[in-house]
Design a protein around this ligand. Structure first.
Ligand SMILES: Cc1ncc(COP(=O)(O)O)c(C=O)c1O
Length: 504
């Protein structure tokens, strides 16, 4: 019934939304933009070559301006429907076609996605559905080297596959191809290789792994999220690069991130399949509801055309010569950095990096990796304005510091090495990092599944992770304790901690 009189406003109920209390009055655009800029003051710098994870800086003027402007042109386009916005199909065919021309085979088909994780999720879904339809596999397995990106575990978790993790060679950090081959069963839906792995930056033996998968009639995905738009240009610059694309017999899909060495803004990747028949398993279509018939090639429904447009623009702006020159600059940085690191007292570079990612550990007096020195070095570097990413020990693989090299690093190798030398000295004179074995033992005995949020909050506070206090300036003690805990407990604690950061 319509209300008869508007004179008496209705009493607010518990569920009534009162916008004036939820949202302050409107403010001018320039003030808001200034506020956004100020918010970034405490963030790691995304440009300037001092942040060695998460960001990819071409170090060229104009690239960010172009990607930003190209995004704006397509920001309002809904890439959900290429029949209403045909420009989307035109741009996507162009971008996927460029990736296919370099890493594909005739007939290869793919999709533009929001990033490596989405490309991997889709490749795993495709393999699961292909295995079910073509081979009748009802309890699918995903065979992967221990260094494969965590996104594969996420995909298996979301999509109901069982993971079969195969240890890598402890000296080269490359996947052990015969061991991977041995892990393949009738239930295997997909085998994975990395080009290169994120953690150590080494290239897996793609040809051997793909051949073993093909021999069993199983699909093989190459995760070239990092290397896919870097290694081909390194090869073009004249450096030796082992083949890893779809032209390698047995490789059936590949992921290539354009928001990494493609230098597009975040939200740009391509997943490419051997043929359209395989890619069909990636698509989701639904017509049995009263709304518009849905066909979603990727995980998202509505999505801005802006991300695709900016990726297209940067690809065509840099072109193959631009990417080759940038790959050369990264190689130059690696050529300066690697011998200097290897010559540093107590520093051990892990494996033989394929070109752009480097991991090194720091050894104590006994010549073995020393977690405390690794973590203290990261803290010392941070104080000097460099972010090197700490990676904890895992299944016998040593703790280390990870560096993603970008062209912006190439002019900064000397100051980086000077600060690293100082940091190593400072780390060695710090008090040794020790985790109370009794505390670590007691924590390790806890069952992460039965801990209450309050238990976890106390553990986090004990570890030094407390939202109210903010993150400690020096993370070494926190990370040392985490390193001592079983993975499941670490996961539970970090989930609660990150959840606490997003609490309103
Ligand atoms: C080898 C590799 N695969 C997959 C991913 C996941 O990509 P994203 O973070 O874009 O989702 C990454 C990210 O670093 C990666 O290095």
């Amino acid at each position: 019934m319509p209300r008869e009189s508007a004179a008496e406003p209705a009493e607010p109920t518990a569920s009534a939304v009162r916008p004036e209390s939820a949202l302050p009055p409107g403010r001018p655009a320039d003030r808001l933009l200034a506020e956004l800029r100020d918010l970034r003051a405490a963030d790691a710098p995304t440009r300037g070559g001092r942040t060695f994870a998460y960001v990819y800086d071409a170090g060229l003027p104009g690239v960010d301006e172009l990607t930003g402007a190209a995004y704006d042109v397509f920001a309002t386009v809904n890439a959900l429907d290429p029949t209403v916005f045909p420009s989307v199909a035109r741009l996507e065919n162009d971008v996927v076609g460029a990736v296919s021309a370099i890493l594909g085979v005739p007939g290869a088909q793919g999709s533009f996605t929001s990033g490596g994780t989405e490309s991997i999720l889709l490749a795993v879904k495709t393999a699961r559905d292909h295995a079910r339809t073509v081979r009748g596999v009802t309890r699918p397995q995903l065979v992967l080297p221990s260094t494969a990106h965590a996104a594969f575990h996420k995909a298996a978790h979301y999509l109901g596959l069982e993971t079969v993790v195969v240890p890598v060679d402890p000296l080269t950090f490359r996947a052990d191809a015969p061991a991977v081959a041995n892990a393949v069963t009738e239930r295997t839906a997909l085998v994975v290789a990395s080009a290169p792995s994120y953690a150590h930056g080494v290239l897996d033996p793609v040809a051997e792994i793909a051949a073993a998968a093909a021999a069993r009639g199983v699909l093989c995905h190459v995760d070239a999220c990092v290397g896919g738009w870097f290694l081909p240009f390194l090869a073009r610059a004249g450096l030796p690069v082992e083949p890893f694309g779809l032209s390698v017999p047995g490789v059936t899909s590949i992921s290539v991130d354009l928001h990494k060495y493609g230098y597009a803004h975040k939200g740009a990747s391509v997943v490419l399949y051997r043929d359209a028949e395989l890619r069909r398993h990636q698509y989701f279509a639904y017509a049995d509801w009263p709304g518009y018939p849905v066909v979603n090639p990727t995980a998202q429904g509505t999505k801005s055309g802006g991300l695709l447009a900016q990726a297209w623009a940067v690809l065509h702006h840099l072109g193959h010569d631009g990417y080759t020159a940038l790959a050369r600059r990264v190689a130059l940085a690696a050529d300066q950095l690697l011998p200097a690191l290897r010559a540093m007292d107590g520093v051990r570079v892990l494996g033989d990096p394929a070109g752009s990612l480097i991991a090194f550990t720091v050894c104590g007096p006994a010549g073995t990796p020393d977690l405390g020195l690794v973590l203290r070095t990261a803290d010392e570097m941070r104080e000097r304005g460099w972010y090197l990413q700490p990676q904890l020990s895992c299944d016998g693989l040593p703790p280390n510091l990870h560096l993603t090299l970008t062209p912006a690093t190439s002019d900064r190798v000397e100051p980086l090495l000077a600060d690293l030398a100082e940091s190593l000295v400072a780390a060695r004179v710090c008090e040794p990092l020790t985790v109370d074995p009794a505390a670590a033992g007691a924590a390790a005995a806890l069952d992460p599944d039965t801990l209450t949020p309050k238990d976890v909050a106390s553990l986090l506070a004990f570890a030094g992770l407390d939202r109210e206090q903010g993150l400690p300036a020096r993370m070494a003690p926190v990370l040392a304790l985490l390193d001592a805990l079983p993975s499941r407990l670490k996961e539970r604690m970090l989930t609660e901690f990150v959840g606490s950061l997003f609490r309103v």
